[in-house]
Ligand binder design. Structure first.
Ligand SMILES: Nc1ncnc2c1ncn2[C@@H]1O[C@H](COP(=O)(O)OP(=O)(O)OP(=O)(O)O)[C@@H](O)[C@H]1O
Ligand SMILES: [Mg+2]
Length: 516
């Protein structure tokens, strides 16, 4: 069928949803239609009857009226793939948006592709080091796996993702693809500039469908990015790092499309097809014997509710789930990873090794015990605990502090230089804390450091360390004993002591106890 021969006419326009009548040939599902000389693009999502299709516009529909002529392009939405895409920035249609001429050295492929067959998938598991202590020790990433960064608004998903890009991209021999879905344009532009400055752009492709774009565009931009990633995996046999901020916006765009198409919503207003849409995208992120796509995705969690259907559906696709907690963020314990809720299927002795596994279990146990003791401490005070419980608390708090880390991504506003810590240093540090080697050090000496040896230098200088640890006040309240026996801290603490604010969760626990 020739492109120019199949013409239709608009019969109705409702926001992004457009009905079009074709008298001769009804375009199949996923056909891309053009109106107003290509200024408006519409993707067919349903065939209504023998002559009418319903589509969703991937662009704004201003100016489209009933009777407008629509042209069937004779194919689906396509994305540019090939070497020419490297170091470039695209929108959902594959138009260059970096103010440079369109790439010439590219092929165009449909964005609707099937995931690799089961038999083509690779079966080996390997760790992907990030240089971030809390992640490498407790929730290691899988090379060729999918990792999710879950968190509510403003708990640090984008910062953590940016930090991972910074840490991994230079060591990564393959290609990186960043896909911005429904987030801020500003962030995309900042990232582009940062990557350019860091000199990693030559091995990177960026694709954006940000929040100002219509739902159809946000819904398809993930597919476009994956198509580019699949080219590098399947044709060039290279490893690909696919970074997505934010996969929830993909689900949300699907919800908007579904609502506009007139489908009945399912639980909590989500589209009935959410599961299929998400797996259609996620299943394409896979390892084959020729190359791997490792993906890290930020997942916005509406209202911090991890039981939200969008979060639950996403969890099931991932090999590593990193949950960010608002409580830790409010205590200044960045990266605000909830160490007990996060999990990785890589954390088994067969993959990470016996020592790492045992250590990680021990850390979790210590943190979990501290968690259980928190209520008692809030009600009765630390003095009432048995001595062994008290040392568990001391260890857990030191571990929590040690697992914070200054980021390169936040250097400008935290004023602390970013640190990359090797897995060996992270494990050594945790092991030495668990052996109580640091029990006489103030907790703040372990806060925002890299490898554990830095604690010594920080303990000596004393003052600035205590100042930067926002939680050292809370420590004074719940934990008078260690304060008494460690000199530097005792000096720095009398001032913040009277403030009741810093540890709200303890306050609530105490209040609840009084009520009951
Ligand atoms: N590691 C960190 N160190 C210091 N501050 C941090 C860190 N991570 C996050 N923050 C603070 O939290 C703020 C919000 O972080 P970020 O933009 O990453 O949140 P987000 O989860 O992506 O939010 P949204 O859902 O709105 O996109 C940052 O601007 C910064 O002030
Ligand atoms: Mg963000």
């Amino acid at each position: 069928m020739k492109n120019t021969t199949n013409l239709g006419a608009v019969t109705s326009v409702r926001g992004s949803v457009v009905d079009i009548r074709f008298d001769e040939h009804l375009p199949p599902i996923y056909s891309l239609l053009h109106a107003r000389d290509g200024a408006i693009a519409i993707e067919v999502l349903a065939q209504l009857d023998a002559h009418r299709v319903r589509g969703i516009a991937l662009t704004a529909t201003q100016g489209l009226v009933r009777g407008s002529s629509v042209e069937d392009t004779g194919g689906p939405l396509k994305a540019p793939v090939g070497k020419g895409t490297l170091s470039r920035m695209f929108d959902v249609f594959g138009n260059a948006i970096d103010r440079q001429p369109a790439p010439t050295d590219v092929q165009w492929r449909t964005v609707h592709r099937a995931p690799p067959a089961l038999a083509r998938r690779s079966t080996k598991s390997e760790i992907f080091e990030t240089g971030i202590k809390a992640i490498d020790v407790l929730v290691p990433l899988e090379r060729g796996g999918k990792a999710g960064l879950f968190g509510g608004a403003g708990v640090g998903k984008t910062v953590l993702l940016t930090e991972m890009i910074h840490n991994m991209i230079e060591h990564q021999k393959g290609v990186s693809i960043f896909c911005g879905i429904g987030e801020r344009c500003r962030e995309g532009e900042e990232l582009y500039r940062d990557m350019k400055a860091a000199g990693v752009l030559p091995n990177m492709v960026m694709v954006f469908g940000q929040m100002n774009e219509p739902p159809g565009s946000r819904f398809r931009v993930g597919h476009a990015a994956l198509t580019m990633a699949e080219y590098f995996r399947d044709d060039e046999h290279r490893d690909v790092l696919l970074l997505i901020d934010n996969i929830f916006r993909f689900i949300q765009a699907g919800m908007e499309v579904s609502g506009l198409m007139g489908q009945m919503p399912s639980r909590l207003g989500y589209q009935p097809t959410m599961g299929t849409e998400l797996s259609g995208l996620e299943e394409r992120i896979a390892n084959t014997d020729t190359g791997a796509i490792t993906s890290i995705q930020a997942v916005y969690v509406p209202a911090d509710d991890l039981t939200d259907p969008a979060a639950v559906h996403t969890f099931s696709h991932l090999s590593t789930s990193i949950v960010l907690s608002r409580k830790r963020a409010s205590e200044g314990l960045y990266p605000a990873i909830d160490l007990l809720q996060s999990s990785s299927k890589m954390a088994t002795p067969g993959i990470v090794g016996e020592r790492h596994y045992v250590l990680a279990q021990e850390i979790r146990r210590t943190l979990a015990q501290y968690q259980d003791l928190k209520d008692i401490i809030a009600m009765l005070g630390l003095e009432q605990l048995a001595p062994e419980d008290r040392s568990v608390v001391a260890r857990a708090r030191r571990l929590e502090r040690f697992l914070t880390q200054p980021f390169f991504a936040t250097e400008q506003f935290s004023g602390i230089k970013g640190k990359l810590v090797s897995l060996k240093d992270s494990l050594d540090g945790c092991e030495r804390i668990l052996r109580d080697e640091f029990k006489d050090y103030p907790e703040s000496a372990l806060y925002m450091i890299g490898a554990i040896d830095e604690a010594k230098g920080k303990a000596k200088t004393g003052k600035p360390a205590a100042k930067t640890d926002p939680d050292s006040k809370a420590e004074a309240k719940g934990d008078p004993k260690p304060a008494a026996d460690s000199k530097p801290k005792a000096q720095s603490e009398p001032q913040p002591k009277p403030e009741p604010k810093p540890k709200p969760e303890v306050e609530h626990a105490a209040a609840d106890a009084h009520e009951s």
